[in-house]
Design a protein around this ligand. Structure first.
Ligand SMILES: *Cc1c(COP(=O)(O)O)cnc(C)c1O
Length: 215
């Protein structure tokens, strides 16, 4: 589907929920996609992209971003501590802050650099053993810890279990954000971004529906 069609779907979902479409940022998830699919989206004027691997993102956007001023990279994949510095140099936002050691590393680097990307705490709303993210019961404490470290935590992020209705997970994330005074919600992918918008998403991460299936 074209990026314009996705934007229309986002706007429709937002209005249906009584929300302003401008409250929803579309992150076009370009991970693994060939440049031939990414270029038309840049040329159509879109500037906000999601990547899940630091090295892959550096390889692509180091050359591409300077050609398209205003390009913002959102890192949405698990982040290893030893990639934190590169991630901070590259990213406008990191959506996968999920453990104390990473928080401490980011805080140290932020101090050193005098700047830090916007941060989202990833919550494992389904408490799935194989999935990244803090457990729901640990979220409030972890957000408080990040604030103690002066990290710019803007919101929460989740990826609901694949086989479940995502709506209750999105609703739970919204409640967690509200009670922690966090305004941003990174939730919703190709299959469920409309549901996420109905539940308050401010950032949707859409890949396949824009670029086609990943090879
Ligand atoms: C790959 C990915 C997406 C995009 O998924 P699609 O189903 O292609 O829209 C969104 N969020 C995260 C964290 C991802 O890894």
């Amino acid at each position: 589907m074209s990026i314009d069609r996705i934007r229309e779907s986002i706007a429709t979902a937002a209005r249906k929920a009584g929300r302003d479409p401008d409250e929803v940022t579309l992150i076009a998830v370009s991970k693994v996609q060939p440049e031939a699919r990414v270029l038309p989206v840049l040329e159509a004027g879109h500037r906000v992209f999601g990547e899940n691997r630091v090295q892959e993102a550096q390889g692509r956007w180091g050359a591409l971003a300077p050609r398209f001023p205003g390009t913002e990279i959102h890192l949405i994949g698990p982040l290893q501590t030893n990639k934190a510095r590169a991630a901070m140099e590259l990213a406008h936002a990191i959506h996968s802050l999920d453990r104390p050691r990473l928080a401490e590393t980011l805080a140290r680097l932020a101090q050193e650099r005098g700047a830090c990307p916007e941060l989202f705490v990833q919550v494992n709303t389904g408490a799935e053993p194989q999935k990244a993210g803090v457990l729901p019961d640990d979220a409030d404490g972890f957000v408080a810890r990040c604030r103690d470290l002066d990290l710019p935590v803007m919101g929460l992020m989740c990826i609901p279990p694949a086989e479940q209705d995502p709506a209750p997970h999105f609703a739970a994330l919204r409640e967690m954000a509200a009670r922690n005074g966090l305004a941003e919600l990174s939730m919703g992918m190709s299959g469920d971004f409309e549901t996420a918008i109905a539940q308050g998403a401010t950032h949707v991460r859409v890949g396949a529906a824009i670029f086609g299936a990943r090879g």
